[in-house]
Design a binder for this molecule. Structure first.
Ligand SMILES: Nc1ncnc2c1ncn2[C@@H]1O[C@H](COP(=O)(O)OP(=O)(O)OP(=O)(O)O)[C@@H](O)[C@H]1O
Ligand SMILES: [Mg+2]
Length: 332
């Protein structure tokens, strides 16, 4: 069920709601809907409310996270005008088991910044990203998340995406029966319509896509294949960045985008991400390794431990980690 949830999540997350409605006249509906589990469709069509978006959560007072985290969010004293994301005291549990994973996260990301989150396996990095994009496996139990001045936790997953929040998965899912090209174009048009832009037809879209493919050194033949189906690990990661390039997100969350990439692919992906960075957007990348940070320079490096950000520094923190392991930074 976990994989099905994730697959359905990716489809629902990137595509507009009407495509998922049985009454939709969109011709690609049968192919799209076949990969969306019945459970998920019921869930998304309002027959039951996702727990993580219940108003109750957004009304809860932020937990006194400062007491639990031994660092202040960086740039706390700078102007709020260019804040993209502000997370305060975020706590979350696994929806089914009620196990608490996030235990009070504080993080502020401004436009133009690159943040890296590092941390031991199982410290909660992926959970944090998935909670931000509204994954139903998790329920927010406290804290606040403001994205571009609005309460993110109240929004449906696809609204979060179309308003400019993108996440590339640590393990990208295959979506059988859905062509990569159709998927990218529908996702792109959903975002464009949110921005008040005209939708792109197939030919126009191909013109829009071509330079992005070239930037990633991706063969156009990947467009004719089903989303990630049979792709190698590295090809899947490139495809995630292609989705990001198409969506032109304001905040990109990249969960271990470097894992499974060969040296050349890492350079292609890093070049593409650097090429997408502007003074208006930002990147939050999760990684275990310094090598990614050599190519995509972080403004801040955070260390996550047991569901909290316990240390924040600059790129030198990652270097210390690389050289001496987590023990080396424990007392810094
Ligand atoms: N859906 C879930 N059901 C049960 N446990 C979960 C679930 N999601 C996360 N966890 C648990 O929460 C903890 C944090 O997981 P998470 O995937 O966020 O770690 P991570 O920091 O991304 O680790 P890694 O570096 O290995 O990717 C782990 O112990 C994991 O088993
Ligand atoms: Mg992870």
């Amino acid at each position: 069920m976990a994989l099905e949830n994730l697959r359905a999540y990716k489809v629902c997350y990137l595509l507009p709601m009407p495509i998922l409605q049985p009454s939709s006249s969109v011709s690609s509906l049968p192919r799209i809907s076949c990969v969306v589990t019945r459970k998920w469709r019921c869930w998304r069509m309002g027959q039951s409310q996702p727990t993580h978006t219940r108003k109750k959560n957004s009304m809860q007072l932020p937990r006194a996270a400062a007491a639990a985290v031994d660092i202040e969010p960086q740039n706390a004293s700078t102007s709020n005008s260019n804040v993209l994301l502000e997370v305060k005291g975020l706590t979350a549990v696994v929806t089914e088991s009620r196990q608490e994973i996030l235990k009070g996260i504080d993080l502020i990301i401004h436009q133009g910044e690159v943040h890296a989150i590092m941390g031991k396996n199982g410290s909660g990095k992926s959970t944090f990203s998935k909670v931000l994009v509204g994954h139903p496996d998790y329920e927010v139990t406290g804290g606040t998340v403001i994205f571009k001045g609005e309460n993110l936790l109240d929004k449906e997953p696809e609204v979060r995406c179309h308003s400019g929040l993108f996440m590339s998965f640590q393990s990208p899912v295959e979506i059988p029966g859905v062509s990569n090209m159709d998927f990218l174009r529908m996702a792109c048009n959903a975002r464009r319509s949110t921005l008040g832009l005209t939708e792109l037809g197939p030919l126009e879209f191909y013109g829009f896509l071509s330079p992005k493919l070239a930037m990633l050194n991706m063969d156009p033949k990947f467009l004719d294949r089903n989303v990630n189906e049979g792709f190698s690990g590295g090809e899947k990661k490139r495809n995630e960045i292609l989705q990001l390039a198409v969506l032109e997100a304001d905040l990109a969350i990249l969960d271990e985008i470097d894992s499974g990439l060969d040296v050349d692919a890492l350079q292609d992906v890093a070049k593409a991400v650097n090429g997408l960075l502007t003074t208006k957007n930002a990147v939050l990348m999760i990684t275990h390794y310094q090598r990614l940070l050599d190519s995509i320079k972080p403004t801040y490096v955070h260390i996550m431990e047991n569901g909290r950000i316990v240390k924040t520094g600059n790129a030198s923190l990652a270097k210390q980690l690389e050289e001496g392991g987590y023990r080396a930074i424990a007392d810094v």
